[in-house]
Structure formats: C-alpha cells, structure tokens
Write a protein that binds this ligand. Structure first.
Ligand code: PMP
Length: 450
C-alpha cells in the first residue's frame, strides 16, 4: 500500500494517528484530481478527502492568492481589526445566498460553524426575551461535527457512544429517507409524514424550550447523500415558523457548488435562518468555516448591551479568507457549479448503468458531484450486510489498493450499521477520469465481494 517497508510508522512515531491501528502512506504531492504518495503511487481522489477538495489539488491561482496575502499581513486579531479578504469573502458568500442571509461569521471549520450557529440561536432568543429557549433538535443519521455541542445535535450513534453523559439532551427526529421510509410509503403519495415528526418532537419537548432545528439539506457522511422529498424542507420551514424555532442548514458538505448549486438548500425553495459552511469553502487549501446569518438575527445584536459572547482566536484569518476568495473566483471563471451539476448527472447515469442491477447495490442517489451508494446483502429485502463483514471498510481498503480514494461510512439502517460510500470528486475531474473512477469502483466492489 505504498508504506515504507522499513518504517513501522506506528512504532517510534511522534504523531498520534487518527486511527492508531492503521498504516497511512505519506502523501507527497497532488495534481488536479490525483494524489501521489512518496513512492509515486497515484490515487484518484474520488471524494476530495472528506468532500473538501472541490477544486482538486495544487491549484496555482489559489496558492498564489495565499502567498500574496502572506506578503501583506498574516494575522490580526478580529477583536482589533477586520481585513479586506474577509470583508470580500463575506460579500461573495452572502451575494450567492438566499435572501436575508447577509452576514458571515468566520471560524476555522465545520464543527465551529455549527457550534456558533447553535449558540447564536440561543443568544438570539435570550435577546428576544425568551430565555427558556435553548434546545436544538437534530436528526438521526446526521453528523454536525465532533465538538460536544455539535455531537449532541447529531445522530451518529457510534461517534456519540462513550461521550453520551457529556452531551446535552434534546430529541432527534428521523431524516427524510425515501429508500427506507419509516412509514413504508412512496414519495409520490407520502404526505411527507417524516416532516411531521419535527412537530411532534417540538410539542413533546415544549415549544417554549426549543431554540432551533438543524439539518443537512442532503445528508452526507452518515447516510450517503440522502436527497429528501422535494417538499420536505418547505414543511419543515412551516413547522419551525409556527413554533418560533430557528432553522439551521448545515451545508458543511453540501455547500459551495457540491450539489450543483452554490447552496443546496436553495433547491428546496426555503431560506434558513443560519447556514453553516466549511470544507469546500477554501477547498482544503487552509482550514476555514463560516456561519451565514440572517438579518433578523444580527439586528438583535446591534447595541453595546447585546453582544454575542462567542469567538475563536483564528476567526476571519486573512489566509483562510484570501483562499476562500480565490476559490470562489476560480469556480466562477471555470463555471464549476454548472460543471458539478452536469458531471453529477453523468456520474449518476454511469453508476446506474454499471451498478443499477448489481445484486448488492440497493440504492444510488445524490445531487451534483455528491453521490451515495448504499450496499445491501439482499436487494429485495434491503437487508444490510452483517456488521462483522465490515463491507464498507474492506471496500475502502480494496479501492485504495486500486488507487481510488472513496469515502465509506457505516450509517444506521434499522438500528444497525449499514454500508454506504460517498463519491464526491473534485469539480475539475475530466470525463475520462470519471470513467476511470467508475471502472475502478466496480472492480473494487467485485473484489470485495469475491
Ligand atoms: N457538518 C457536516 C455536515 C459535516 O459533514 C462535517 C464534517 N464531516 C461537520 C459538520 C464538521 O466539520 P469539521 O470536521 O470541519 O469540524
């Protein structure tokens, strides 16, 4: 696997690896949709790491923009200065956002963006004279980050498990999951019963306590690109409005062109009160996150008596902001949002053609270059593989050996682990590379099952 034979990387190492039982090859360089390890082995990056590298690797324009910012100033604390790059990036993000989301709160990553949104929701209701409102309702099979607040709002039960006592207690509702509809209905005639779960949860918790509802427009890592019913979020918005509950759209994965529009929530015709971004925002060149905030929330913080008591040292970092500006400019120049939409349609079609009848592929779904595949032991009953088989893990290893990087995940299926893979390549992937991606994926699936 490209690991140096004489170097037992876990032995005399100073790095505490993400997974101390895994051996990772050393990445040496990147170019477009490819990464290369220190021995020159080439990997087609079919998931942008973790849906991060949407422009591909080593884009000279972005590198130049970061260097240019470094030549001027590297850092000035946001309690003392603003900087031109963050002012420009805020304008670029809000210009592309649905109406009213006119402010950007910059942080360093997705978890921080979610924490900021949840605390801002709480602070907003305190300003509004509703101090009992604190609770954030999230959904099962969703992930909002690894900090304690974000973990509490999310429904990734394996990540939560040992931290349960440290997490705030709030209800979670089921996501809209048409392939495995909890009500056993068909999308054409379902009446979006799953959205009504939110109303039930709010009433059970007490609307006077509920500050916000958080959801990914298209669920990513924990469920493999779950696209909801076209009317789901309209109903969610109505329920939130009825009970004075803010709606936070977590677009850390789905935002910035990934699903074929600047923001995925736009495709569902609603405006959230806050919208969280990270990953594709600086496309992996530097760490950055942002929470876009609606006017009506920011307006309540407009006097010296009302300050949002929150902040991180590196918020609004000039290098992160300069990278973000360069990323958006590059996307505009190369029409990458449109490309994500078109290539995404093509990828879905190719996957359906190659795997649509496969006995162990239950569902292929997604929007833009954000595509999920759900693997099953049995197609008719939709029964997942036995967890001991660790299907998605073996698939990842096999694909990696074949020079293909995918993002596999064991989401929850009927209370058990199910197997998904997320395919989210850089938007600059060529059509030939897209073909290679599908070929390597099919080969890896067959080898895993052999
Ligand atoms: N929200 C979503 C939807 C995510 O997918 C992630 C990361 N996978 C996060 C939040 C957390 O982002 P980060 O890892 O940058 O803290």
């Amino acid at each position: 696997r490209g690991v140096s034979p004489e170097a037992d990387v876990n032995d005399d190492t100073h790095v505490f690896y993400r997974n101390p039982f895994s051996y990772y090859p050393t990445v040496a360089r990147g170019d477009g949709a490819y990464l290369y390890d220190e021995y020159g082995k080439r990997y087609l990056d079919a998931c942008g790491g973790a849906v991060v590298s949407s422009l591909g690797h080593s884009v000279p324009e972005v590198v130049a923009a970061i260097k240019e910012q470094l030549d001027h100033v590297e850092f000035a604390h946001t309690s003392q200065f603003t900087n031109a790059a963050q002012e420009k990036l805020a304008r670029m993000l809000t210009d592309r956002a649905p109406g009213g989301l006119n402010h950007a709160y910059f942080v360093s990553g997705g978890s921080e963006a979610v924490e900021s949104a949840m605390k801002l929701a709480r602070a907003y209701w305190v300003q509004m004279g509703r101090p009992d409102k604190w609770m954030v309702i999230g959904r099962d099979q969703s992930y909002h980050g690894n900090t304690l607040g974000a973990l509490a709002a999310g429904g990734n039960r394996w990540r939560r498990a040992i931290y349960e006592p440290m997490l705030f207690k709030a209800p979670r509702v089921a996501p809209c999951f048409c392939y495995r509809c909890p009500y056993d209905k068909k999308p054409e005639s379902c009446g979006i019963d799953c959205a009504e779960d939110l109303e039930r949860a709010i009433l059970e918790a007490g609307p006077e306590k509920v500050a916000a509802f958080i959801a990914e427009p298209i669920v990513g890592a924990t469920a493999g690109a779950l696209v909801p019913h076209p009317d789901y979020f309209r109903r969610i918005r109505e329920i939130c409005d009825k009970y004075d509950v803010l709606f936070i759209a977590d677009e850390v994965m789905t935002g910035l062109g990934r699903c074929g529009s600047w923001y995925a929530i736009r495709q569902f015709g609603v405006v959230p009160d806050m919208l969280c971004l990270a990953k594709g925002l600086a496309a992996g060149f530097v760490p950055v996150g942002a929470t876009l905030v609606h006017d009506r929330i920011v307006d309540t913080f407009s006097s010296r008596r009302h300050i949002f008591q929150h902040g991180h040292t590196y918020m609004g970092h000039p290098l992160a902001a300069a990278a973000g500006v360069a990323v958006i400019e590059y996307m505009e120049t190369h029409r990458l949002v449109e490309k994500s939409r078109k290539l995404g349609d093509e990828l879905l079609a190719r996957l359906h053609e190659a795997l649509g009848e496969h006995p162990h592929v239950g569902d292929i779904r997604g929007r833009g270059l954000f595509v999920g595949i759900e693997f099953v032991a049995d197609r008719d009953s939709k029964t997942p593989f036995e967890p001991e088989l660790a299907f998605h893990r073996v698939l990842r290893e096999t694909a990696f050996d074949n020079g293909l990087v995918i993002y596999p995940m064991g989401g929850t299926v009927d209370g058990r682990r199910g197997d998904h893979a997320l395919i989210a390549p850089p938007f600059v992937i060529t059509r030939a590379q897209l073909g290679r991606l599908v070929t390597l994926l099919v080969k890896s699936i067959d080898q895993t099952l052999a």
